[in-house]
Design a protein. Structure first.
Length: 94
């Protein structure tokens, strides 16, 4: 479970720093690491495959969530900027 949460967090981080082209190599790396961990723990073949698929899916879901957070943050910043520029400026009377 901790490994899957780390994959989700890793996907969130990738979305904040890189373009979508980073996703295939990162997914391959996560799958290889999950398979190596399964082999090291002497798990069955199907357990290893399930863990690798779940790790890849969590990475990609984390990436999509990261894109959503990033777009929400950009939209809220532009909304604030538009709202502040639409306010009339007060001028003091002389």
């Amino acid at each position: 479970m901790i490994a899957l949460a780390l994959c989700l967090a890793f996907g969130l981080l990738l979305a904040q720093r890189f373009k979508v082209l980073i996703l295939p190599p990162a997914t391959l790396l996560v799958v290889i690491m999950a398979l190596a961990g399964g082999v090291a723990s002497a798990a069955t073949f199907w357990t290893n495959m399930l863990m690798a698929v779940m790790a890849a899916v969590n990475l990609q879901v984390g990436y999509l969530l990261g894109l959503g957070v990033q777009s929400f943050w950009i939209a809220s910043r532009s909304r604030r900027r538009l709202a502040s520029s639409a306010r009339p400026t007060r001028r003091t009377a002389h």
